[in-house]
Write a protein that binds this ligand. Structure first.
Ligand code: GLN
Length: 192
């Protein structure tokens, strides 16, 4: 049987992730409650606004259940704000901002200046077979430091890291769900 996969649907572009997963034949459902989290074998944390997602996760009583599932090894893929949520350390966070953690990395929020707030580029991602990944960055974070437990999967031409993994956790600064790129989602589904 196809395992159920969830997309955290508190805020952000969760609908786009649900469409990509459905197009790949996955049984994908939105997750807003602990009982919905209990039913999924893996989770995508979408792009959006990490400060708001953090507040809502706490208000919905999801923060601790999410941390427990991450600690138990559930496959989780975070894009942009989702990557921030999965990072152990955040620079330029709001004073009371918390993350779920799991990835031994330091990310910087809104790391590209005003001019480059949003841009698209092609990235070599050796983990994924085939042509380069066309990646959209929207007020994106950058991975500023990687601890020994995590591994870089892609870098910009200047060497800055924009995709990482650690065990069953995967994070990208960019949004494959809006450029028709499905290989990260396929990789995530292969972990289930
Ligand atoms: N700047 C946002 C944040 O800090 C992330 C932007 C995005 O997810 N596209 O959460």
């Amino acid at each position: 049987m196809n395992p159920k996969v969830g997309v955290l649907a508190l805020q952000g572009d969760f609908r786009e992730h649900l469409s990509v997963l459905a197009a790949l034949g996955a049984d994908a459902v939105p997750v807003r409650r602990e009982r919905e989290l209990d039913q999924v074998a893996g989770l995508i944390i979408p792009g959006g606004e990490s400060t708001v997602m953090d507040k809502l996760a706490r208000a919905f009583g999801l923060r601790e259940p999410l941390r427990a599932r991450i600690a138990a090894g559930m496959p989780v893929y975070g894009t942009c704000a989702g990557l921030i949520m999965l990072s152990d350390r955040v620079l330029d966070a709001l004073p009371d901002q918390q993350t779920l953690g799991g990835l031994d990395v330091t990310v910087r929020r809104n790391a590209f200046g005003n001019q480059l707030d949003s841009f698209e580029t092609d990235l070599e991602v050796p983990l994924l077979a085939g042509p380069p990944v066309h990646a959209a960055f929207i007020r994106a974070p950058i991975v500023e430091a990687i601890g020994p437990a995590a591994e870089a999967l892609a870098t910009l031409d200047d060497g800055r890291v924009v995709a990482v993994r650690q065990g069953n956790l995967l994070g990208t600064s960019f949004h494959p769900e809006i450029t028709g790129e499905t290989r990260f989602h396929e990789h995530f589904l292969s972990l289930l």
